[in-house]
Write a protein that binds this ligand. Structure first.
Ligand SMILES: [Ca+2]
Length: 381
């Protein structure tokens, strides 16, 4: 007679093996992804080491859960389509201005030239390589750390909005910092958002034009049947390869701002939290753009300067900042402000070694304590 207990181990293995297989596929996919990143973006061994450490620190980061993800288009199909249409994304002039591949200068074409840009933004969602699935299930904190590891920085919300709109606005005109002064962060964020959306609502634009359209961007995919929220096991990251929709770009040549993956950005509540001014403490989370199901399910607004509610909101560098199946990110840089310094061994990776004691005191735990003290967050860990 077989003892019931002897049946348990094979049963446990059978139950866990799809999970284990998916994990090992995810690890292999990430290995290949890191190899591509090194090759395309020419990262140094030190930069690669930082990237690897960030990836190794997460059990979910990658291009989706391989057990359930169903991409509508393969990278090979994307490459074939671009070849057939004669689309070439490499831009030597942008590369010279931005000091990096696949970045677009941010400027106002009505009075400036690309060379006048003081900031650049990735033309594609991270890994910023055409015909590569975006990295999702990445916390805002990890996004900021990855950008820094590459010698870049996570973009401020207004930089993403400028890229989408096709025209820069002075950064200070894009944040009502006065509304966040002297009030709890959540109160300030809410007030700033309302004022911003109200001010911009009469002049809506999407990256591809002045009216909302379906079919132009990577918005024709689907949600996994059992996915009703943010469950790793139920929600496939059914994304397209980046740049698979050559018409989905802004006047500044930035792609997939609408559609494919939504994107983590930094929302500053004062100038000291602005990534564009070199902040390493950063501000609060902001999710930009729409994602891959919008042709059939328009979950929220996605015009360029629209700011989303403080969904799953935290400080960007909070250990518990949000990650989900349709949320990726892209990075910015400030050409001429020494990207190489940020990529060197003395670089400042947000949330790690270079935070001073004062900065640490303003970290997530302190924020939570403040919110608890103000009665805005439940007590406890
Ligand atoms: Ca996007």
């Amino acid at each position: 007679m077989i003892h019931p207990r002897s049946m348990l181990l094979p049963l446990l293995i059978a139950l866990l093996s799809p999970w284990a297989a998916a994990q090992s596929t995810r690890t292999e996919n990430n290995e290949e992804l890191l190899r591509q990143i090194q090759e395309v973006h020419q990262l140094t061994p030190a930069q690669m080491e930082k990237l690897r450490a960030i990836f190794a620190g997460s059990r979910i980061i990658g291009q989706g859960n391989p057990a359930i993800t169903q991409h509508p288009v393969t990278p090979e199909q994307c490459q074939a389509k671009l070849r057939q249409q004669g689309v070439v994304y490499a831009n030597p002039s942008f590369e010279r201005i931005c000091g990096a591949k696949y970045m677009a200068p941010l400027y106002d074409p009505s009075k400036q030239k690309p060379e006048d840009a003081t900031a650049c933004i990735d033309q594609f969602e991270f890994p910023d390589i055409p015909c590569t699935y975006p990295v999702v299930w990445v916390k805002a904190r990890e996004a900021a750390q990855i950008c820094a590891a590459e010698g870049k920085r996570i973009c401020d919300a207004d930089e993403w909005e400028d890229a989408c709109e096709g025209r820069t606005e002075p950064a200070e005109s894009q944040y009502r910092f006065d509304l966040a002064a002297g009030v709890p962060p959540e109160v300030g964020i809410h007030a700033m958002r309302l004022a911003h959306n109200r001010a911009e609502a009469n002049d809506k634009r999407w990256s591809y034009g002045p009216t909302y359209q379906t079919g132009v961007c990577a918005t024709g995919s689907f949600k996994s049947p059992g996915c009703n929220g943010g469950d790793w096991k139920q929600c496939g990251s059914n994304t397209y390869p980046t740049g698979d929709f050559p018409a989905c770009h802004s006047p500044l040549e930035v792609y997939d701002l609408n559609g494919n993956a939504a994107e983590h950005m930094n929302l500053p509540l004062n100038t000291s939290q602005m990534s564009s001014r070199g902040s390493t403490t950063l501000g609060y989370t902001e999710m930009k753009g729409s994602w891959f199901i919008f042709d059939t399910y328009r979950a929220h607004e996605d015009w360029c300067r629209w700011r989303a509610p403080f969904w799953h909101g935290t400080r960007v560098l909070d250990e518990h900042s949000h990650a989900n199946y349709h949320l990726g990110f892209r990075c910015c840089n400030s050409p001429g402000k020494s990207n190489t310094t940020a990529g060197s061994s003395s670089s400042t990776v947000p949330g790690t070694a270079n935070l001073s004691a004062g900065q640490m005191n303003r970290g997530p735990a302190a924020t939570r304590r403040t919110m608890q003290w103000l009665g805005l967050a439940p007590a406890g860990p």
